[in-house]
Design a protein around this ligand. Structure first.
Ligand code: 13P
Length: 355
């Protein structure tokens, strides 16, 4: 993929009113979610679960790309068609998680460094041949009274930039994800200060390693108070602090910012995205979503591993994708959110093919 194609692919992922489904939970993570709902986790059930999202009728109006993980990118549907092809035939771009997880940071054992650089070039070549056009690497930053340490911020920024440079070398759009966790009792002000310093370090590292900003996407956390903070910030406060932080630290050459949901409820994640897009300030990038839990949770709860619930689960996913699509252009309303219960009635029957 040449430079122009790379940039075109990055822009396509943040096309107007579209965002990304993060469906890249590793086998142990997805198994934990399945266990909590008493769903058996087998290679087959995980494939059925993913296929349920990928084949939701008309969801490509709202979803530009899907992040897969190693097991899924190798899987085929029951007709023997690779899942990557199932996606691309609907105009959805397949992507792949390429980090190998956050491990204890030597020298600062309460923090994590994301691994996976060794052998990355060969893995990117293999994934590219399987149809992946973009990739994801997630760094995790924890806030306490004394953390993050400067070394944690710097080594994670350095690794993100090394990954991004290698992706671009292989013609793959890197999603750069430095996630400041919501865990803890920190205030929104502290989250803003920490998010600022990690974004500053990340863009410095990207510059040093010659990453082309036009051919990448940023996947940050929103600026939000910690889960256990007694003082909750309002939707407006989160939107204002988040946009202020991004405007200070993200160059205009980056085509898109796609948020992670990070443990926010699905409605709150949509409301925050909408409020950010509605703010009356210049925004040089598209601002959209790359949610995992906030797109999947209602669907997995509707599905529960049962074939007869598959259509209901697809309805739940379609609804969340539609609401987030509206939020990506600042058009989300409580009326649209409330359509859920009446959704079957408002969708044409032909939109949902009953076999
Ligand atoms: P959540 O939206 O559930 O935070 O997941 C997004 C993601 O890709 C985390 O790496």
């Amino acid at each position: 993929m040449g430079r122009q194609e790379l940039e075109r692919a990055a822009r396509a992922l943040v096309a107007e009113g579209k965002g990304i489904l993060a469906a890249d939970e590793t086998v142990p993570t997805l198994t934990k979610r399945f266990d909590a709902l008493k769903i058996a986790s087998t290679e087959d059930s995980r494939r059925t679960y993913r296929e349920m999202f990928f084949t939701t009728p008309d969801v490509s109006s709202f979803i530009s790309g899907v992040i897969l993980q190693d097991e899924t990118i190798r899987q085929k549907n029951t007709a023997g068609i690779p899942l990557t092809k199932v996606l691309s035939e609907q105009g959805i771009i397949p992507g792949i998680k390429v980090d190998t997880g956050a491990k204890v940071l030597a020298g600062s054992p309460e923090e994590k460094i994301t691994e996976g650089l060794d052998g990355l070039r060969d893995r990117l070549k293999e994934y590219s041949a399987m149809g992946a056009r973009f990739a994801k690497w997630r760094a995790v930053i924890r806030i306490t009274d004394t953390l993050p340490s400067p070394v944690c911020v710097n080594v994670n920024a350095h690794a993100l930039a090394r990954y991004a440079a290698m992706c671009q070398e292989q013609g793959i759009v890197p999603i750069v994800e430095p996630e400041v966790l919501m865990d803890g009792s920190h205030t929104i002000e502290r989250c803003e200060a920490v998010t600022s310093s990690i974004l500053h370090a990340v863009f410095h590292a990207l510059f040093e390693q010659c990453v082309r900003l036009e051919g990448m996407l940023l996947k940050p956390n929103m600026v939000i108070a910690g889960k256990d903070c007694p003082k909750k910030a309002s939707v407006e406060e989160v939107a204002t602090a988040t946009l202020r932080c991004l405007r200070r630290h993200v160059p205009a050459a980056v085509p898109g910012i796609i948020f992670l949901s990070g443990g926010q409820s699905e409605v709150l994640a949509t409301s925050h995205l909408n409020a950010i897009n509605k703010l009356d300030l210049p925004k040089p990038w598209k601002i959209s979503f790359s949610y995992g839990r906030a797109l999947q949770d209602p669907a997995i709860e509707a599905w529960l591993g049962e074939q007869q619930n598959l259509k209901a689960a697809q309805h739940a996913f379609y609804h969340r994708a539609k609401c987030n699509s509206a939020a990506a252009i600042g058009n989300y309303t409580s009326v649209l959110e409330g359509e859920k219960s009446g959704q079957k009635a408002t969708l044409h029957r032909s939109d949902w093919h009953d076999d």
